[in-house]
Design a protein around this ligand. Sequence first.
Ligand code: ZN
Length: 181
Amino acid sequence: MDRERAIKAVEEFLKSFGEDITREGLVDTPRRVADAFAELLSGNGKNAEEYLSKTFESAGRELIIEKDIGFSSTCEHHLMPFFGTMAIAYIPDKRVVGISKLARTVEVFSKRLQIQERLTNQIAEEIMRCLKPIGVMVVCEAEHTCMTCRGVKKPGSKVLTYAVAGDFSKEKRDEVFNLLR
Ligand code: ZN
């Protein structure tokens, strides 16, 4: 990231709305916005391999679900936040991963410019690639501020997406949806 360039761009952006960027409240705003976005996009170029490779042996082949993993991401169409919860369900194949590592994986992919559908898919695919379970399903429920604060302005409306990878039958999907209900 070119921080100086980002700061200049935010200054120009504010000026294009006729804002006085020398007034007290705005004087540090371009720097703050640049630094905020550096954090919001800190997942760029990262993968979750280092988290998902720390696995433990497990004889079970029953569904494991981690739910209510809070996240926030940035909509690539409006540069506005969308946020909500993820649930990750997988059927292990002899190996399970530490609980916090799934949340870390969500973090890597949400801290980028995203659309919810791709975010959901990328998490499922990365878990499949690194952990190699029998199957994985990711369910994401999110509120998009670009939808609730502008445009159709429907506060509280949520978008639900899910993605599966590997072997995850219709029965298993229904089981997950039932458990999440
Ligand atoms: Zn948007």
